[in-house]
Ligand binder design. Structure first.
Ligand code: BGP
Length: 492
């Protein structure tokens, strides 16, 4: 078996809105997660709102529309998972000590923009927010754990979205400029690795992920993505000006993780086009600094006329990222045929692959797909360093009377994916890190559940918000500790 590189970054990943809680402490402003209820994999989460006459409502998190005259709002008596989440805000020292015990070299986390600029538009940052992340970074430094910081992980301040249209408005770029300038200056010496937008390509990928997504909304999504990519490029430039040692990456949801369902050439072409529009459209632009050749056809097809200036083009070109990172959970199949079985619950995960097995949430288990993605990316972007910054198995765990949690299914999943990375390294890819998702149990992004657990650390909290919040080490905790200690050589 191939040796992982000597300084390989083993670790785990989280996001502020899924783990911090303390949604209204320390001067934090609201974000859209704070007005999003819990759901299940068949019952969508709801975004709650109030109409001008005071009546309340909820729109599906998956493509639902909040009426124009409504304001998104917290409703009394409704449970919002982000409000307490797993209370990382108050327990980060205990959690980081556990990460250190496992031997983490890297911890991926995000900064909640609304802790630094509560409405997103203030002239000066919120000191309590800056202090909180400083303490977290200092705690990580104590254990020599390198932070990998996502600047925007599904977490735009609600005020900015409600009052100014969020990323539908070009002005968001300037507000993001101020936010990134602040944190790049503030955390010099504490942070080296940054990711701009989590899973940035989902802005356009939703057209295929959400069943019956209206074609007419794709133009707006492409515009959002454009503003975000420009904001990201400007952040890359600024980061390098502030500290030439900063390494800034893009973060793409998945990758070439789709196969044609059949060998019908029509399925092959259909899959290729899907990969271009949903993945490479974003990664090519951020890595190569300009929209790829196939963008024009995508724009024509969806009647997209982008608001794009010469300055935007200059920024994209000058703000190319230093590395590619992506999330990888599963693969799906694409077909032009109509007689196929679907999968994915709330999500439309395409056609079911007869050669794979599926998780309880309808996600395929496909470690070979990870090796495939890494190779495809390596071929497309030769030499560019890569990290797999999300990967894992969402599963139901049982906390035993004696405080143990036996999760062989998780170990099996992770082992197979680490083996796949090792094969990819042998193939020659430049992979420098792996932060598995939800290293400590946290709120599921797609369903708002607690019971969809990814962690090495069990958090005693239930779907309805009850529980002690105590932390317990799962069997996978000890297993991952050994994996890291042997630099990936002992996977048993
Ligand atoms: C990614 C998100 C994460 C995370 C993960 C797992 O799309 O970047 O925030 O939650 O998916 O998804 P889920 O929580 O829905 O199981």
């Amino acid at each position: 078996m191939t040796k992982f590189p000597k300084n390989f970054y083993w670790g785990g990943a989280t996001a502020a809105n899924q783990c911090e809680g303390a949604y209204n402490e320390g001067g934090k402003g609201l974000t859209s997660s704070d007005v999003t209820t819990a759901g299940t994999h068949t019952e969508p989460r709801k975004v709650t709102y109030r109409m001008p006459d005071g009546t309340a409502g909820g729109a599906s998190f998956f493509g639902g529309v909040v009426p124009k005259e409504a304001k998104r709002a917290i409703l009394e008596g409704v449970y919002y998972p982000s409000h307490e989440a797993i209370d990382f805000y108050h327990r980060y020292k205990e959690d980081i000590a556990l990460f250190a015990e496992m031997g983490f070299k890297m911890f991926r986390m995000s900064i909640a923009w609304s802790r630094i600029f509560p409405k997103g538009i203030e002239e000066t940052p919120n000191q309590a927010g800056l202090d909180f992340y400083r303490s977290v970074f200092e705690e990580l430094k104590k254990y020599n754990i390198e932070p990998l910081v996502t600047i925007s992980h599904y977490d735009t301040p609600l005020y900015l979205e409600e009052e100014l249209g969020g990323w539908n408005n070009r002005d968001a770029i300037a507000y993001f400029d101020r936010y990134t300038e602040t944190i790049f200056n503030e955390y010099k010496g504490l942070v080296k690795y940054w990711l701009t937008f989590n899973e940035i390509n989902t802005a356009v990928m939703v057209k295929d992920l959400i069943p019956n997504y209206p074609k007419s909304r794709v133009a707006q999504s492409a515009q959002v993505l454009h503003y975000q990519m420009v904001a990201s490029a400007r952040a890359v430039k600024r980061a390098h000006e502030i500290n030439p040692d900063y390494v800034v990456g893009c973060m793409i949801a998945g990758g070439p993780s789709q196969y044609p369902l059949t060998c019908d050439p029509k399925d092959v072409l259909y899959t290729q086009k899907n990969l271009q529009d949903n993945y490479f459209y974003a990664s090519d632009t951020m890595i190569r600094g300009a929209y790829p050749y196939f963008a024009k056809r995508f724009w024509d097809e969806f009647n997209i006329t982008l608001d794009i200036t010469d300055q935007d083009k200059k920024d994209l070109l000058e703000g190319k990222v230093d590395m590619l990172t992506f999330s990888y959970y599963s693969t799906s199949c694409k077909t032009t045929h109509t007689d196929f079985e679907t999968t994915g619950g709330n999500f439309s995960m395409g056609a079911k692959n007869p050669y794979l097995t599926y998780s309880q949430w309808g996600w395929s288990l496909d470690p070979d797909g990870l090796r495939y993605c890494l190779n495809e990316y390596a071929g497309r972007y030769p030499g560019l360093p890569m990290m797999v910054v999300e990967n894992g198995l969402g599963a139901v765990d049982v906390l035993e009377e004696d405080g143990t949690v036996h999760d062989p299914y998780r170990i099996e999943y992770l082992r197979a994916h680490i083996q796949a990375m090792s094969e990819a390294l042998e193939d020659g890819v430049n992979l420098i890190g792996y932060t598995s998702w939800g290293c400590i149990d946290l709120i599921s992004a797609s369903t708002g559940e607690m019971k969809k657990r990814y962690g090495y650390i069990y958090v005693d909290k239930n779907n309805d918000g009850s529980g002690t919040l105590n932390r317990y080490k799962k069997d996978s905790f000890y297993w991952y500790k050994k994996v890291i200690a042997t630099n990936g050589e002992d996977l048993n």
